[in-house]
Design a protein around this ligand. Structure first.
Ligand code: HEM
Length: 239
């Protein structure tokens, strides 16, 4: 913790902030006239926002050579899980008092809850195995497992599109959130297509080679070039 960079500190502060705002709004009676619905909606919005932010880190690094962003993926993923769990607890605990018969019956009215449940069921093993120890122990399996985060994000966006009061397919009603989330997710999925990803990485490596001007008299590789070896790059290919 003491070695955190400013960016890491900022990320943690920004991720705790919505919870503090939500709690303050609740205790000062500012959580609208329907606090349960407001808390469910806000925690859901924050969960999906942080989830998409966590998926944006690798593409941003590939495009702009920002290796410090890679360290934010794990905390962002865990915060996304935290807010998704809070969102689920608000609905099941606060709204339905953990009455599972009622919750089960509510699914008939709100089928998007099933999609939400699928999303959080996938996110849970990812959060539980996010520690480095699991990464080392599981090796390639860990990488495969953590690629499920993309499926989780797709399910979360579908859940959001079905939950809002609007017709997403006819572009009518309250659809700006699912629309924005779909566009962001589509871009994130497109940049993962292997040829495109390779082209972006190569472009980024070429830019770095141009930046490091070699000394004409130097016989050996100028310092820094060894870091262009793709095997030595800090970039990893999960999310
Ligand atoms: C990764 C998991 C999940 C994410 C990211 C997520 C995200 C969201 C988002 C963004 C919304 C729309 C909020 C808005 O209208 O602005 C929403 C709505 C909702 N979600 Fe989830 N959700 C997840 C899982 C769940 C689960 C497991 C449940 C219930 C067991 C659930 C129950 C609901 C309900 C009831 C609403 C409608 C709230 C309302 O408009 O009254 N969600 N969710």
């Amino acid at each position: 913790m003491k070695n955190w960079s400013r960016l890491q500190w900022l990320t943690h502060i920004l991720c705790w902030l919505p919870l503090m705002v939500l709690t303050a709004a609740y205790f000062t009676n500012n959580l609208t006239i329907n606090p349960i619905q407001a808390a469910t909606q806000r925690s859901g919005d924050i969960a999906i926002l942080i989830l998409l932010a966590s998926l944006t880190m690798t593409p941003l690094h590939i495009l702009f050579n920002l290796p410090q962003l890679l360290k934010l993926r794990r905390p962002l993923g865990l915060y996304a899980f935290f807010y998704a769990a809070l969102h689920m607890l608000t609905y099941t605990g606060w709204d339905y008092q953990f009455d599972f018969n009622l919750i089960y019956a509510s699914i008939a009215d709100k089928p998007y809850i099933l999609i939400g449940l699928a999303a959080i069921s996938l996110l849970t093993p990812l959060a539980l195995t996010s520690h480095r120890w699991w990464q080392k122990t599981l090796g390639k399996i860990w990488k495969r497992l953590h690629q499920l985060v993309y499926l989780t994000a797709v399910l979360a966006v579908v859940h959001l599109a079905m939950a809002v009061k609007g017709d997403f397919l006819r572009l009518q009603g309250d659809i700006w959130k699912p629309l924005a989330a779909t566009v962001v997710l589509a871009v994130l999925l497109i940049v993962r297509i292997p040829p495109l990803r390779r082209a972006l990485s190569a472009r980024h490596r070429r830019r770095r080679v141009v930046k490091i001007t070699p000394q004409p008299t130097a016989k050996a590789n100028p310092p820094g070039l060894e870091s262009l070896n793709p095997q030595k790059q800090t970039e990893t290919s999960n999310h």
